[in-house]
Design a protein around this ligand. Structure first.
Ligand SMILES: CC(C)(COP(=O)(O)OP(=O)(O)OC[C@H]1O[C@@H](n2cnc3c(N)ncnc32)[C@H](O)[C@@H]1OP(=O)(O)O)[C@@H](O)C(=O)NCCC(=O)NCCS
Length: 205
């Protein structure tokens, strides 16, 4: 029995990835930006997208190790991204997200993560963590807008593959910080382009 559920609001629907999403996911995961930023297999083949939807997502849901969503703008709309929370300690979850190219630049992922944070902090999570390859300012923007505190740089937590040994940026958001009105006095500092060392880009695939 799966524990999967859907969330919705603010023009976002988060629900279970489904068979009809395979083509969209496959197309989105073959881009150079995905090679550079995400820890997915490379070269990314259609069976990887099939495996994500048919096996990986249902297994994560069923096992309770986290929540894996498709991001859409309506319940019957196409998959526009993926959003995942993986439990790394009893009350700590680590975020992962990917918004497909056609849906970027209008705040959809920020709204999607905000929805997930509302749910997570109401259901036992006390801290949500974020990690990205150092210099991924698009991803940092999502965390920054939602009030995450920037924790600095560390070796990437990936243990194999092309991101092994690259530098990561880390951040966290605690339940007490969630939803605070951010102004000049309490807005956490985040690096702007050029302010901190960034990971050297991978050779273009
Ligand atoms: C990281 C990623 C999800 C960010 O996508 P995005 O479209 O920039 O994020 P959002 O959906 O939150 O949109 C924010 C953008 O919309 C703009 N925007 C417009 N209306 C907005 C609103 N109401 N609220 C927030 N942002 C809004 C913002 O200004 C921002 O654009 P800018 O960066 O040019 O200033 C996307 O680039 C991606 O999937 N990249 C590849 C995979 C990746 O890096 N994943 C993260 C790994 S840690």
């Amino acid at each position: 029995m799966t524990r999967a559920f859907a969330l919705g609001g603010d023009g976002v629907v988060l629900d279970l990835p489904r068979e009809g999403d395979i083509d969209a996911l496959y197309a989105a995961c073959t881009t150079p930006l995905v090679h550079e930023t995400l820890n997915v297999p490379w070269p990314y083949e259609r069976p990887h997208a099939e495996g994500f939807i048919r096996e990986y997502a249902p297994t994560v849901w069923a096992s309770g190790v986290g929540e894996v969503f498709a991001v859409r703008e309506s319940a019957d709309g196409p998959m526009l991204g993926t959003l995942e929370l993986r439990r790394t300690a009893p009350t700590v979850g680590n975020l992962g997200f990917h918004l497909f190219e056609q849906a970027r630049g209008r705040g959809l992922m920020t709204r999607a993560v905000a929805l997930l944070l509302d749910w997570a902090f109401a259901h036992g999570y006390e801290r949500i963590t974020w990690e990205a390859i150092a210099g991924n300012h698009a991803s940092a923007g999502v965390a920054r807008r939602l009030g995450f505190t920037f924790d600095g740089e560390a070796p990437s937590s990936v243990t194999s593959g092309r991101h092994l040994g690259r530098a990561s940026w880390l951040a966290h958001l605690d339940k007490a910080q969630h939803g605070l009105e951010l102004d000049a006095h309490n807005r956490p500092w985040w690096p702007r382009p050029g302010e901190l060392p960034e990971a050297a880009p991978l050779p273009r695939p």
